[in-house]
Ligand binder design. Sequence first.
Ligand SMILES: Cc1ncc(COP(=O)(O)O)c(C=O)c1O
Length: 485
Amino acid sequence: MYDKLLIELSRPGRSGFSLPELPPDYKGPESILPSSSLRKDQPQLPELSEPEVVRHFVSLSAKNHHIDKGMYPLGSCTMKYNPKINDDMANLPGFVNAHPYAPIDSVQGTLELMYNLQEMLAVISGMDYVTLQPVAGAHGEFTALLLFRAYHLKNKQTRRKNIIIPDSAHGTNPASVTLAGFNTVKVPSNPQGGVDIEKLAAVCDDETAGFMLTNPSTLGLFESNVEKIAAIVHECGGLLYMDGANLNALLGITRPGDMGFDVVHFNLHKTFSTPHGGGGPGGGAIGIKAILEPFLPSPVVIRKTEKDGGYSYTLDNNRPDSIGRVHGFYGNFASDVRGYTYIRMNGPDGLREISKTAIINANYLKENLKQDFALPYDFPCMHEFVLSGDNQLAYGIKTADMAKRILDFGIHAPTVYFPLIVHEALMIEPTESESKESLDYFIEALKQIAKEAKENPEIIKSAPHNTPVARLDEALAAKNLDVSW
Ligand SMILES: Cc1ncc(COP(=O)(O)O)c(C=O)c1O
């Protein structure tokens, strides 16, 4: 009953607070608003007791699927568990109460954390510098492309207007390219799901500003030709960008900087376990090679060595070649604290274990599911893999139907219909934070769905059966938000 609207639950006279009685002659503070703007009647607010309000919101939170409730195997999105200690640290009063305009001397701890996070991310990625200003993966892409532009302009390479992108790329890549004023040039994938090297060499020329590569790709495959790709792109004068959304597969194993990339973005809200997906603002830091340092967004957090050998931290605003700010103040600082905590809690060996476990978990699912579902790229995968719903299409079941049926098992649907190069795609990323039992439950659920497709397709076509709402018009819902009563 508590999932009704608060106004429906309301009963006159109920309240969830107790305040001392006002003196009878109390008139309240003098209003600074003109009397025409003052309301004449009491607002019609719901009247409820505290437990009713708590039950209402707890009941709403349980209706939605979230990572604290069950598995969330979204491919290329790394919906991993967000350890609660991250929030405890982000909520420390010294961090929460720090004001962006506070004198530098009074926020040394805050700057120290940012500086140390930059340094740790640089080591993890094999890059020379890191900026924490971008606040999403897409924002990191955009920032990197502005750096590319500034670099080429500084070198008087004004013809370089094209960014090459493989056909398996995430949609944010070409969107960032357009937003940064470049043109997209597409290269196809080869039959192994990697970049077609010959086609890349054919399009790379003196109009190429750079190449954006997701590694591992959105097919969950490591790009084994990455060094050849770096050589081709650099030889034609371009810069190399790694979309690091899938960095969860590489931690402590290999580094984008060592592979030849000039820039990589980190999704703090994926790899480094800060919440996202409606759960909080993100962190899209980027790591860069030294050639791009002059162009970094301003201000840059720097460390100085004092006379006594100790350190102090400050913000460097004096950067004539900087692309300027890409976000108000310094990015999403609370996201930085969560990412920093995650890295410190796990340490170098722990981070390597995370990636290894993520890879093993994905391969375990892939091997167990490939008898029932088509697997167009049947290779050892990294942290994710992409099935196709083609086998089930023969029974009139689409991938969208199976995604809805998965919800009945208390599991969020995987990413569907992406990457575009896989027909009826189901992209699955279990992450390292799922136990063997949880992985087995997922396998059983999918095997049951494959069986139902043959024996009882109606149950899939009419799914979901256990959720508060069934099939919504998602495009309409996103365009016509109804957020009030
Ligand atoms: C491969 C890839 N690149 C880029 C992005 C964009 O990241 P964000 O959602 O943080 O903007 C995503 C997001 O899912 C992704 O999967």
